[in-house]
Design a protein around this ligand. Structure first.
Ligand code: ADP
Ligand code: MG
Length: 256
């Protein structure tokens, strides 16, 4: 089996990139062939996995806009079983450049057809927008993970995101499922964090993952070393929480 999971929330700073990198690295640690697609012009998951975005010659941009074969852009990382389709700042212009392309919402799905069978999991790190590239990601995906930060205004914007998902299910990708809502940056000492957990669980019930990602320094500092937390400090709470998330997803999907 091969599953494409998009990590999306149009809010910035909620933990999309951290989740993409560390969930993918956990899947790779469990020896599943995993690909991260960096679908954000900020290229944070590209640099977080050790590549210098300025030195990337063929990126997702060329695949989406010029129709270059994705195999030319996919690169190995230092982690076994983990590959990346890197991003580049050029992706900022892609939405405008794609205006006249036919079936422009399906470019990513079409591009991935070539490599889908080579991976057990493909994790797409989306940008903080609901623009054309994110629509491409949601159209290419089998499911979506929605990270929600345990902070003020946690639920803000979620209605709009869920509505966008509904529109995509109706018009472009009837198979798209919600893999789960992921609570991130949880601080056990803060009453606010606990309130957000309660609120999100009351509101969304079963679609909330049991695994909650704690606020953890190893998660925030590992990108500066160009590695996921599991390669920086495998015993850290942050690394272990994403390993638990990977296992929860395997279980939910009947994979052992
Ligand atoms: P997004 O991709 O949604 O914009 P990021 O994953 O880049 O969000 O996270 C925003 C910031 O918060 C980054 O500096 C990141 O290192 C930090 N961060 C994310 N998750 C955690 C966490 N669980 N613990 C500590 N810092 C985190
Ligand atoms: Mg990001």
């Amino acid at each position: 089996m091969s599953k494409v999971i998009a990590i999306a929330n149009q809010k910035g700073g909620v933990g999309k990139t951290t989740s993409a990198i560390n969930l993918a690295a956990s899947m790779a640690a469990l020896e599943y062939r995993t690909l991260v697609i960096d679908a954000d012009p900020q290229a944070n998951s590209t640099s977080g996995l050790g590549l210098n975005p300025k030195e990337v010659e063929v990126s997702i941009y060329e695949c989406m806009v010029d129709g270059i074969d994705v195999t030319e852009a996919i690169t190995e990382t230092d982690i076994d079983y983990l590959h990346i389709l890197p991003s580049h700042i050029d992706l900022v212009g892609a939405e405008v450049e794609m205006v006249n392309i036919e079936r422009r919402e399906e470019r990513m799905r079409d591009a991935l057809k070539l490599v889908k069978k080579d991976y057990d999991f493909i994790i797409i790190d989306c940008s903080p927008s609901l623009g054309l590239i994110t629509i491409n990601a949601l159209t290419a995906a089998d499911s979506v993970i929605i990270p929600v930060q345990c902070e003020y205004f946690a639920l803000e914007g979620l209605g709009k995101l869920l509505n966008t998902i509904k529109i995509i299910q109706t018009r472009l990708n009837p198979e798209l499922e919600i893999e789960g809502i992921l609570l991130t940056m949880y601080d056990v000492r803060l009453r606010l964090s606990n309130q957000v957990v309660e609120e999100v669980k009351t509101h969304f019930q079963k679609i909330v993952f049991d695994t909650i990602i704690p606020r953890n320094i190893k998660l925030s500092e590992s990108p500066s070393f160009g590695v996921p937390a599991i390669a920086h400090d495998a015993e850290s709470k942050g690394a272990l929480s994403y390993l638990n998330l990977a296992k929860e997803i395997m279980e939910k999907n009947g994979i052992s």
